[in-house]
Design a protein around this ligand. Structure first.
Ligand code: SPV
Ligand code: MG
Length: 290
């Protein structure tokens, strides 16, 4: 158990210590509990934060990642995650919706003890950024998005809560210059960090953006999501000047593979007898909750 005001400020505290924060996704109480308890000999603190992904939450409920989930259902999942972890939470708020709605989201998240909200600069029907270019995804107007950031910053009560502006320029093929222009505008509007997103299979475009941007601004925290460019290591991310690395979907993907295989194997074998040693015991799962 951790009080909201202690949890909320814990992300800023880690960033102030110049630690690289690694955030693992969670989409349920169980996945949050797994993140909470994952530690290794070399990394006794485990993950530095939890990413509440819209993709994995929507997928685990059987919906597309199109900003369809009901806000109260998202808050129910958030409470499951809060109940099962003490780590700072970075909440994926998709586009943030209308400015008026974003203000309400900021207030609610801050009250619950979330540390940061990420909004992405797209408009229209939201599509997952890792999809191809069809259906077409559109960039939000810089001024409209900047105004949303300003309104969110004005709505928060503490200085702990962070608004992260997610830049989709590289995803949409608008290029490095557009990304830089947007980063400058969003930081001027009050963004506490920027997330530069990419669906490239190599680290090159993200590396170039960060190395160039660090010449303009050495302080602003930069967040990356190396889902497609998975050769990005934590060490490399730190070396090029990133501050937060989000592992945005790997737990859901791992469970999808494991569940699909188990379903097929039982169907093929007509029993689970030879498969029992391939799965956790019910006790393992019950222990996690105690
Ligand atoms: C998510 O995890 O929901 C994200 C990251 O927004 S991505 O799926 O790459 O768009
Ligand atoms: Mg998302």
């Amino acid at each position: 158990m951790i009080l909201p005001e202690i949890r909320r400020k814990s992300l800023r505290e880690k960033l102030q210590k110049k630690q690289l924060v690694t955030a693992m996704e969670a989409h349920s109480g169980l996945s949050a509990s797994i993140v909470e308890h994952t530690k290794t000999k070399d990394n006794p603190e485990g993950y530095g934060a939890i990413w509440m992904s819209s993709l994995t939450e929507s997928s685990s409920k059987g919906y597309p990642d199109s900003e369809y989930l009901n806000i109260n259902s998202r808050y129910d999942t958030l409470v499951e995650i809060l109940n099962n972890s003490t780590k700072p939470i970075i909440y994926d708020a998709d586009t943030g919706s209308f400015e008026e709605h974003f203000i309400l989201t900021v207030k609610k998240l801050e009250m619950l003890g979330v540390s940061a909200v990420v909004i992405e600069d797209k408009k229209g029907l939201k599509q997952n950024s890792l999809l191809g270019s069809s259906p077409k995804q559109q960039a939000e107007d810089i001024n409209v998005f900047s105004s949303k950031i300003k309104a969110g910053k004005a709505a928060q009560k503490s200085s702990d809560f962070m608004i992260v502006a997610r830049i989709e320029s590289l995803i949409l093929g608008a290029g490095q210059e557009d990304a830089t222009k947007r980063a400058n505008a969003y930081i001027a509007a009050g963004a506490d960090a920027i997330l530069i997103h990419s669906k490239s299979e190599t680290i090159d475009e993200v590396e170039k953006f960060i190395l160039d941007y660090r010449k303009i601004n050495s302080e602003i925290p930069i967040v990356i999501v190396p889902s497609t460019y998975d050769e990005m290591t934590n060490d490399k991310a730190k070396q090029i000047g990133a501050n937060i690395v989000i592992y945005a979907n790997q737990l859901l993907r791992a469970s999808f593979t494991a569940m699909s295989k188990m379903a097929t194997d039982i169907l093929e074998q007509g029993s689970s007898h030879k498969l029992t040693d391939k799965v956790a015991t019910c006790k393992d799962i019950i222990k996690l909750r105690n």
